[in-house]
Design a protein around this ligand. Structure first.
Ligand code: ATP
Ligand code: LTN
Length: 334
């Protein structure tokens, strides 16, 4: 037995992965993978809630897995797998549905945002956080490293796990959200008041996609919305959120402190210099990932093999937990 902390996190194959996914999630997953027991999941069942085209979903699932490996997820250190390959995820969702009050789900801000203005809202969109709770608690995860936007869902997973434990007796570990101090909320370059998001990555100037060409990255940063001033410093002022976002990106990538970052721009002649410097560090960070990604995508058979090994490892943990759940709930095990 080891006393390594267990980490679980997931990402949806719902579009082109963007810089916020990388800085808010993937980079931290990679940095800490040697210290922990890790499960990273491409959550294709969650992506169904945004009803992508079936062919796109298949392609995006492989592409996202390749990006994660290319970002440094090591299949010998971590278990990386596709959610639908381990059927315990969908099954645990049903079991947990039966202990989750519907009001808890209706309160979720992501549900409110994503359903707003939609004529038809699927049950899947409402149930999304229950599937996510199952993902986490099937592995006895202690830590869930996510961006700021997912904190509420992890808190709900805690509530669901605690409720199950109360009703049926202790079974689940209560997980903790782990949010990076900087990088936890990368904002859109076209509008620094909304979070950068995969689903908007087709909007010109919104996101830096992880596979963008260097000149596209450069252009997107040069066009980034800032303010009419010229002061380059960290600030909570909404007016300065564009500059703050650029400084935050620079900070996470260089690993420098806020004062070191501000010092780097002491002699800058304006926001143009800042944008150029941020573009440069981002291009340097993403270029090797893109190269590795292309290598992995050139051998899809090997990629699928790695994912199969991941799914087998994940299943060996998730299935016994699912059986315990069923037993506690009074189902006869077959
Ligand atoms: P979608 O637009 O389809 O909801 P997304 O870009 O928000 O996608 P997810 O798959 O929902 O990405 O999230 C994967 C991980 O990336 C999560 O941990 C999430 O918190 C994190 N993340 C997403 N966007 C950002 C962002 N702008 N800043 C920091 N972290 C982010
Ligand atoms: N809802 C998450 C993705 C996700 C997840 C998880 C994250 C699904 N299952 C379990 C952490 C743990 C999102 O980022 N949109």
């Amino acid at each position: 037995m080891t006393d390594k902390k267990i980490v679980f996190s997931g990402v949806q194959p719902s579009g082109d992965p963007q810089l916020g996914n990388y800085l808010g999630a993937f980079k931290g997953w990679v940095q800490r993978q040697t210290e922990k027991t890790n499960y990273f999941c491409v959550v294709d069942l969650h992506a169904l809630t945004v009803t992508p085209d079936p062919e796109d979903l298949r392609t995006q699932t492989r592409e996202l897995a390749a990006i994660l490996f290319a970002s440094g997820i090591d299949p010998y250190q971590s278990t990386l797998f596709v959610q639908s390959h381990v059927t315990a995820h969908a099954e645990s969702c049903w079991l947990l549905n039966c202990v989750t009050p519907i009001g808890w789900l209706e309160r979720m801000t992501q549900f409110k945002d994503k359903s707003q203005g939609q004529e038809r809202v699927s049950t899947g969109l409402l149930d999304y956080p229950v599937l996510m709770a199952g993902d986490i608690i099937l592995y006895d995860a202690n830590e869930v490293p996510v961006g700021e936007d997912q904190k509420q869902h992890v808190e709900l997973a805690r509530d669901i796990a605690a409720r199950f434990n109360r009703i049926y007796g202790d079974l689940f570990v209560i997980p903790e959200p782990v949010i990076p101090e900087t990088g936890g909320r990368v904002m859109g370059l076209n509008d620094p008041t909304i979070k950068m998001s995969k689903s908007y990555s087709h909007i010109r100037g919104h996101a830096i996609r992880m596979l963008d060409e260097p000149d596209e990255i450069q252009r997107s940063f040069m066009r980034a919305v800032t303010d009419s001033g010229n002061e380059i410093r960290f600030s909570d002022d909404v007016e300065k959120s564009g500059v703050n976002n650029l400084l935050g990106i620079y900070k996470v990538i260089t690993g420098k402190s806020e004062s070191e970052v501000e010092k780097d721009f002491e002699d800058a002649r304006g926001y143009g210099d800042l944008k150029k410097a941020v573009a440069e560090v981002v291009i340097d960070e993403l270029s090797p990932i893109k190269e590795k990604y292309q290598e992995l995508m050139s051998d899809v058979v090997e990629l699928d093999r790695l994912l199969k090994v991941g799914a087998e490892q994940a299943e060996s943990v998730a299935l016994p937990k699912l059986s315990q759940m069923k037993e506690k709930m009074g189902l006869i095990l077959s």
